[in-house]
Unconditional design. Structure first.
Length: 82
């Protein structure tokens, strides 16, 4: 479950929300910390699963899903932050 969630996470969306909406320096640092924790979590998943990709054996399915989903979801994320 963690691997699936981590494999779908997009740093650029989180960073865009921070850039567009957050003015408080402490909260900006919190966003950076959360993104850093995500990197650590991805690394831990790779280490535990001994895989090269967090999607594991489902990497082809993950890529196909992303190709279909991103053109629709990404613009919504950008609009939502504005």
């Amino acid at each position: 479950l963690i691997a699936m969630i981590v494999s779908k996470t997009d740093f650029s969306i989180s960073k865009n929300y921070d850039t567009q909406l957050v003015k408080d320096e402490e909260l900006l640092r919190l966003g950076d910390e959360v993104r850093n924790k995500l990197v650590q979590t991805r690394q831990a998943v790779l280490q535990v699963t001994q895989s090269k990709d967090v999607a594991g054996v489902h990497v082809a399915l993950q890529r196909a899903s992303s190709l279909i989903r991103h053109p629709y979801v990404d613009p919504l994320n950008v609009i939502q932050a504005e």
